[in-house]
Design a binder for this molecule. Structure first.
Ligand code: FE2
Length: 196
């Protein structure tokens, strides 16, 4: 197909929002809270799919209000979901979603996520790193359309979850390992829950 109807927003968060988020994300990595190497735990389907570490916000916090990053994830629900809706008829159900789960992933040297699709309706990704960026790679490939979206700090991408995608391997110089200088990705998985 020609193009995946994805939305891209650069400079998504303001500087003050970004500093709140980075303080929390850096705390998670420096205190080893992002623990899971288990592929299923981290949202993948098989262990050879990915080498990232990940954590679900609802397993770390009992309530959204305790986490600045989780609270600020709601910013995606404001303008961007409406812009995404307007992009294509394929995105029509985004405004019918009524629940999301939030996953934080972290990739260091040679970290990758092979080709897969997500088991939800729509996926939003927000990319972060501590400046200046010390790694290469970590780009997103949409295989159905052979599009490559280069990693960029503080960029939001929303796409339909059926789109096959991949994260290319991160190359980080050994001197920057274990120093929070890798690639952070916040994933928002949108779903529809039937309410009685
Ligand atoms: Fe994915």
């Amino acid at each position: 197909m020609d193009k995946i109807p994805y939305l891209r927003k650069d400079n998504f968060y303001t500087n003050s929002e970004l500093s709140l988020i980075m303080r929390e994300l850096n705390y998670f990595t420096s205190h080893n809270i992002i623990l899971s190497d288990d592929a299923e735990e981290s949202g993948a389907f098989s262990p050879d799919m990915t080498t990232k570490k990940a954590m679900w916000f609802n397993e770390v916090y009992r309530q959204q209000r305790f986490s600045p990053t989780w609270r600020l994830a709601d910013k995606v629900l404001q303008g961007p979901t409406h812009e995404f809706f307007d992009l294509s008829p394929m995105n029509r159900n985004i405004l019918d979603t009524n629940t999301y789960s939030l996953l934080l992933s972290y990739y260091e040297n040679d970290g990758f996520y092979k080709r897969h699709c997500d088991s939800c309706h729509y996926t939003a990704l927000i990319w972060f790193c501590n400046p200046p960026q010390k790694f290469t790679g970590g780009d997103l490939i949409f295989h159905d359309s052979n599009e490559i979206v280069k990693f960029n700090n503080n960029t939001l991408i929303i796409f339909p979850s059926w789109a096959d995608h991949e994260v290319t391997p991160i190359k980080l110089d050994a001197q920057y390992e274990n120093k929070q200088m890798g690639r952070y990705c916040l994933s928002i998985f949108f779903n529809m829950e039937h309410q009685n």
